[in-house]
Design a binder for this molecule. Structure first.
Ligand SMILES: [Zn+2]
Length: 473
């Protein structure tokens, strides 16, 4: 993506951006900055000087903020230029700190191009070179995650002839990466997947989690070369049948791999879940589990049963029969994104799909019992990114993989399809803002959401009360 030609062009953009600087006195030193992102966009800014000399916004910071506010934060390079006397434009210490935090956030040690005062040359340094031994927030996770899991345990499998992929299946790709199928029928001939493991040192490396570390996850997708242009216009991991070397179709609960301990299964059977239809997915399905591995269960269930299941599970948490897993990244993220956090989510019976039962962490992935149709058919036209604001009209299918809800905004009603867990928390009547990829077909609109960053859901108002009413309507 970064070539000498676009580096040169970016430096020229930064020089031009100095012409936009807001100065406090005519003839003052002007700074300009330009940012090139992985999606190929350029954001430019001059500095915004303040008369009190304290509240200045530096050009480099302004350009980074513009990229982030455009939902396009994965910066490949930032160029800075100045009309000052110094022979090369150097970013100040404050800006270097901003660069370092941004680089850590999106998982890319980007290039900083510093324009020479005379001529059209520049110097280049990585953010890590500009700020060695830098400060970082203490809550950050360790830089290296432990490798590895035992590849020898991998359960062999074959692509079933004529069978299509389903949510929760795992596939091995030709480069040895292992992915989970988010939607087997995302677009004609294409399945949407989430990458989970990549080959490393004779074993497998666990990749960043798409829900709790979406920016790092996007970076992994990009580096592994599994980003493609999807029909809806987004860049996502969409695979074709020819990309699949092995399919792991999941295991039958009980028969092939036992059951999770504790009372959870009894509660599920009690509310009418067909135990024989449940499949075991996740690390257990592909043979990579260790003693404390989570259980990922794919549960086919009618949409009107989901509120009843959540009601029972949440009540069991209140009684102490089941619990919230203390280390669960999902719950920690829900704490941050949902007003009132986990308590409000449990109390409202909005989410109880990741729980601790008999000491084991179990995640329920609800899927519709009937086969799904192609999500983004060829007659839909991509219209780029959009952020909508409105009220949720219908939310009974938000528990599912391929979560779907209806939103009423200023333009009318729109169906939203969401592939991250934040949609699970939606309830009819909530007022929200949502980002995603807009599609049009004549007068109809649709929005597709992939990752909680940048396709986020922000709650302005939430409703309380029972959830089961809407599903019977
Ligand atoms: Zn600065």
């Amino acid at each position: 993506m970064l070539t000498e030609e676009n580096r040169y062009r970016l430096v020229q953009e930064a020089r031009a951006a100095a012409g936009r600087a807001f100065l406090t006195s005519p003839g003052g030193t002007a700074y300009g900055a330009a940012v090139l992102t992985a999606s190929g966009n350029i954001y430019r800014a001059g500095q915004y000087s303040s008369f009190n000399h304290v509240t200045n916004v530096h050009a480099e910071q302004a350009a980074l903020v513009m990229a982030a506010m455009a939902d396009d934060p994965d910066v490949l390079a930032l160029a800075v230029a100045s009309t000052g006397a110094e022979p090369v434009a150097r970013p100040c210490g404050v800006c270097r700190q901003v660069f370092a935090e941004h680089a850590a956030r999106v998982g890319r040690d980007f290039e900083v191009l510093m324009a020479c005062r005379h001529g059209d040359g520049h110097e280049t340094a990585l953010v890590s070179e500009l700020l060695p031994l830098g400060w970082s927030p203490s809550q950050g996770r360790p830089a290296e995650r432990p490798v590895d899991l035992r590849r020898a345990l991998m359960r062999p499998g074959k692509v079933p002839a004529g069978e299509s992929l389903e949510s929760g299946d795992h596939v091995m790709l030709p480069d040895g990466c292992i992915a989970m199928v988010w939607d087997g029928k995302f677009e004609p001939g294409g399945s949407l997947v989430k990458l989970k493991y990549a080959p490393a040192d004779g074993g497998l490396r666990k990749l960043a989690h798409s829900f709790t570390e979406p920016l790092r996850y996007q970076k992994e997708l990009h580096d592994l070369g599994w980003i493609r242009q999807a029909r809806c216009g987004a860049r996502a991991a969409v695979i074709e049948a020819s990309d699949v070397s092995t399919v792991f179709k999941g295991l039958q609960l009980g028969v092939d791999c036992g059951e999770p301990p504790g009372p959870l299964m009894d509660i599920l059977c009690d509310v009418g879940v067909d135990k024989s239809a449940i499949r075991v997915s996740g690390s257990r399905a592909i043979g990579l589990q260790h003693a404390g591995s989570d259980w990922d269960l794919v549960v086919p269930i009618e949409e009107n049963r989901v509120p009843i299941i959540r009601e029972r599970l949440a009540a069991a948490v209140e009684k102490g029969t089941l619990a919230v897993p203390p280390l669960s990244g999902t719950w920690k993220l829900l704490d941050r994104i949902f007003p009132g956090g986990r308590e409000a989510a449990l109390l409202g019976r909005r989410f109880a799909d990741t729980l601790l039962s008999g000491g084991a962490s179990v995640t329920l992935m609800f899927v519709p019992p009937q086969p799904s149709r192609v999500c983004v058919d060829s007659d839909w036209l991509a219209s780029g990114r959009a952020v909508l604001h409105g009220k949720v009209l219908q939310a009974s299918r938000t528990a599912y993989k391929r979560a779907e809800y209806e939103l009423k905004d200023a333009e009318g009603t729109i169906r939203v399809t969401c592939y991250h867990k934040a949609a699970n928390l939606l309830r009819k009547g909530d007022v929200i803002s949502v980002g995603g990829w807009l599609l049009r077909r004549e007068d109809e609109r649709r929005l597709i959401q992939f990752l909680p960053q940048p396709d986020r859901i922000v709650w302005w108002e939430t409703v309380t009360g029972p959830a089961s009413e809407e599903s019977t309507a």
